[in-house]
Design a protein around this ligand. Structure first.
Ligand SMILES: [Mg+2]
Length: 168
C-alpha cells in the first residue's frame, strides 16, 4: 500500500486570491512549495491534489483553463504530483458528493492508488478540506496563520512548515 499526502490546491500550493484562479498569470506558487513537495516524495509518499473547481460549472472558466494551470503547476514542481482530482460542480447547479467537504474524490484516489489512510495526511486551508479526510481516518493539517477553531489534528502556517514540523 502507498502512504499519501493529499493536498488542497489554492491556499496550499498557490496563493489564495479570494477568487477563482484559472489563468497561468494568476497562478502564483507559495514560497517553499517546490522544496516541500520534493521532501515529501523523498520520504516515500505519493502526492495527490484534491481540488474543488466549481468555477467550471458556474461558467467562469473551462476545463482547458484549469488543465493549463495544472500543467503549469506540474512543470514548476518537476511533474511530482501523482494525480490531480477536481470537482467541477457547485451545489447551486449540480449537487455532487465529490465536492469537498464530501469524500468521493478522496475515496476514488484511495482505491486507485491503494492508499493506506493510517499513514496518510491531508493538508488544506479550509475546514471543508479537513472534514472529509477526518471522516476517512486520514491525519490532517490546516494551513492558517491565525489560531482557528478546527477539527484538524494540527495547524501550521505553510505547507513547508507543515512538512518540516509535523509530517516528517
Ligand atoms: Mg484552499
Amino acid at each position: 500500500m502507498n502512504k499519501c499526502i493529499f493536498l488542497d490546491r489554492d491556499g496550499v500550493l498557490n496563493r489564495e486570491r479570494g477568487d477563482y484562479t484559472y489563468k497561468k498569470e494568476d497562478f502564483e506558487l507559495i514560497q517553499g512549495v517546490v522544496e516541500a513537495v520534493k521532501k515529501i516524495k523523498e520520504n516515500g509518499f505519493i502526492i495527490i491534489v484534491i481540488t474543488n473547481q466549481a468555477g467550471i460549472s458556474r461558467g467562469r472558466y473551462d476545463r482547458q483553463d484549469m488543465e493549463a494551470c495544472h500543467e503549469y503547476l506540474q512543470k514548476k514542481c518537476g511533474g511530482i504530483f501523482d494525480a490531480i482530482y477536481y470537482c467541477p460542480y457547485h451545489p447551486s447547479i449540480t449537487t455532487s458528493i465529490a465536492r469537498k467537504p464530501d469524500t468521493l474524490m478522496f475515496e476514488k484516489a484511495i482505491a486507485k492508488f491503494n492508499v493506506d489512510v493510517n499513514k496518510s495526511w491531508m493538508v488544506g486551508d479550509k475546514e471543508r478540506d479537513i472534514i472529509p479526510a477526518n471522516k476517512l481516518g486520514i491525519k490532517t493539517v490546516l494551513i492558517d496563520d491565525k489560531e482557528p477553531e478546527t477539527i484538524a489534528d494540527f495547524t501550521s502556517i505553510s505547507l513547508y512548515k507543515a512538512v518540516q514540523d509535523v509530517i516528517l
